[in-house]
Design a protein around this ligand. Structure first.
Ligand SMILES: NC(=O)c1ccc[n+]([C@@H]2O[C@H](COP(=O)([O-])OP(=O)(O)OC[C@H]3O[C@@H](n4cnc5c(N)ncnc54)[C@H](OP(=O)(O)O)[C@@H]3O)[C@@H](O)[C@H]2O)c1
Length: 158
């Protein structure tokens, strides 16, 4: 059975994350296990990471044999301190994700899968607020202050 673990700095959002499908929720600081060791315990069969930085370094050290990380972001920093050991001892893979140049046909296929896998009300519930262009600055400040859960939608013509 696959156990899906969500990581967050806001464990107050535990119920929200389990509602999205997480089996359990860990504080992002708890991802860093045995930092004094080159490789940590084998915890993860696969990881989707939008954080980068020390979070990505920590999950690379704790991948199971043959596991992979799909890395898409740098919220926690654009540096990556790691060694070759996860790759040559644990047969691990680090897979980059870019959405900017993804062909439209591939995007449509992914959107279709998302739309059929998740009920529409779950997706609607991810919308924190809708903004016009004039409201962008306070909206972005709120995001940076950690005051947003989910997505802000921007209406260019609003
Ligand atoms: N590769 C691509 O094509 C592509 C496409 C879109 C976005 N991106 C990049 O992906 C990243 C995430 O974008 P997003 O829209 O998914 O953002 P997001 O919804 O805000 O998710 C980022 C998450 O990072 C966590 N976080 C914030 N500050 C952190 C810190 N200091 N240390 C560790 N974790 C931290 C937050 O988790 P909690 O609030 O739960 O703690 C937040 O939910 C960005 O760097 C963005 O530029 C890449």
């Amino acid at each position: 059975m696959m156990v899906k673990v969500a990581s967050t700095g806001r464990t107050s959002e535990r119920a929200y994350l389990t509602g999205l499908g997480a089996s359990s929720v860990v504080d992002r600081d708890d991802l860093v296990v045995a930092p004094e060791r080159t490789l940590g315990p084998e915890r993860w069969a696969g990881v989707v990471d939008c954080v980068g930085g020390s979070t990505l370094a920590a999950v690379l050290r704790t991948l199971r044999y043959g596991a992979a990380v799909a890395a898409s972001g740098l919220t926690g920093g654009n540096g990556l301190e790691t060694t070759v050991y996860p790759f040559i001892v644990r047969n691990a893979s680090l897979i980059g994700v870019d959405t900017v140049q993804t062909p439209i046909a591939e995007r449509r296929a992914v959107w279709q899968r998302l739309a059929s896998a998740w009920p529409p009300d779950l997706i609607d519930g991810m919308v924190h607020d809708e903004l016009t262009l004039d409201q962008l600055r306070p909206g972005l400040e709120l995001i940076l202050a950690g005051g947003v859960r989910g997505r802000m939608l921007v209406r260019p013509g609003g």
